[in-house]
Design a protein around this ligand. Structure first.
Ligand code: FAQ
Length: 310
């Protein structure tokens, strides 16, 4: 790689300029961005699945409408992100193929089942909250198309967060059975939620280079700590417990201390062996197959259509 071009590129990043698709960029920057944006896009599209199964069973018409809109937004976010990744030269078809063939990763958390309505409430409030912590930080990053997609995604996610919080408050102030359902959902999802921000900084493979080039604007541990700072008090305020007796904020360091979640489980899940990985990919495979005729019709030049009046 040309050292002078690399120096100019790094100086631009240092000055806070945005890098655009036709600008010179190191191959590694491009490769890392494709990897991260593509995984993010897959996470949105697969993330629609656990909550999506609750649309038909949402308690009441208003919840059904809101959940349907939210799930639709998540799929829209995937489209925005696939478009951002395409600016770097990888086609959408290739990305989708890599997803359904199990070659690409997507967020660990969507490989767990949403057993009850409370699980769907957990996702809408706290998984969205975690996603926002990460996305708000990275929206200030260096790659123009990704940052612009993140700005729009964050605006929509803020509605999801309010919707999810409302759902959880409703459960918290409901019957003993509702409170119990919500507590059980928190107990089930806490481990995957801690995993969600990625491995600890000291073992994270990509953080260093991504932070150097301002793709990642906060490290995994910083995002995890910010999430704990913002949401643990809110969970406690609602009278729920968190299934980690060691969870507490250290008043001196101002950092949260916790039991390390099971990182072996995390590795298994992100490498394809979680409770729902096979099911999630099977659903996407069927969707791909069933949607083929629509894509083919869209790609067929209009001149080939024969209308009855022609
Ligand atoms: N799940 O070196 P690091 C959402 C992998 S959107 C799966 O630390 P990095 C919206 C990582 O890819 C949620 N894999 O990696 C929604 C790498 O593997 P590789 C998604 C994970 O990139 C809400 C290896 O481990 N958000 O939820 C995970 O520096 C509700 C080493 O890790 C984004 O994707 C994980 N949690 O940091 C939708 C945001 N963590 O590629 C529906 C963009 C790590 O070498 C309902 N992404 N890995 O084979 C990022 O910010 C980063 O990629 C991290 C990981 C922070 C996820």
């Amino acid at each position: 790689e040309d050292p002078q071009k690399l120096a100019e590129f790094e100086a631009r990043i240092e000055r806070g300029e945005k890098i655009e698709p036709n600008d010179w960029m190191p191959q590694m920057y491009k490769k890392q961005l494709i990897r991260m944006i593509e995984q993010h896009a897959h996470s949105e599209i697969i993330g629609a699945l656990p909550e999506g199964t609750w649309i038909t069973r949402a308690p009441g018409f208003k919840r059904k409408l809101a959940l349907m809109a939210k799930v639709q937004d998540e799929v829209g976010h995937a489209q925005l992100l696939y478009s951002a990744a395409e600016t770097l030269g990888k086609s959408r078809e290739q990305m989708i193929d890599d997803l359904i063939e199990g070659k690409s990763k997507y967020s660990n958390i969507f490989n767990y089942p949403a057993f009850t309505w409370a699980d769907s409430c957990f996702i809408s409030w706290l998984v969205d909250a975690g996603a926002i912590v990460n996305q708000l930080a990275n929206a200030r990053g260096s790659y123009g198309p990704y940052c612009r997609a993140l700005d729009r995604i964050c605006a929509e996610e803020s509605f999801h967060l309010k919707y999810g919080h409302h759902c959880v408050i409703h459960m918290a102030t409901g019957t003993p059975k509702q409170r119990q359902m919500m507590q059980e959902a928190i107990d089930r999802w806490w481990g995957p939620m801690m995993h969600f921000f990625g491995p600890p900084d000291k073992v994270s493979v990509h953080t260093e280079v991504l932070m150097k080039w301002k793709v990642k604007m906060a490290s995994n541990d910083e995002c995890r700590n910010q999430f704990l700072d913002m949401y643990v008090p809110k969970i406690w305020e609602l009278g729920f417990t968190i299934p980690d007796p060691n969870l507490k904020k250290n008043p001196e360091t101002k950092k949260w201390e916790y039991t390390e979640p099971d990182w072996d489980e995390f590795k298994r899940v992100i490498n394809g062996d979680g409770p729902c990985n096979a099911e999630r990919l099977a659903v996407r495979r069927v969707a791909e197959e069933r949607g083929k005729w629509v894509r083919q019709a869209l790609l067929t030049p209009k001149t080939k259509y024969v209308t009855p009046l022609a």
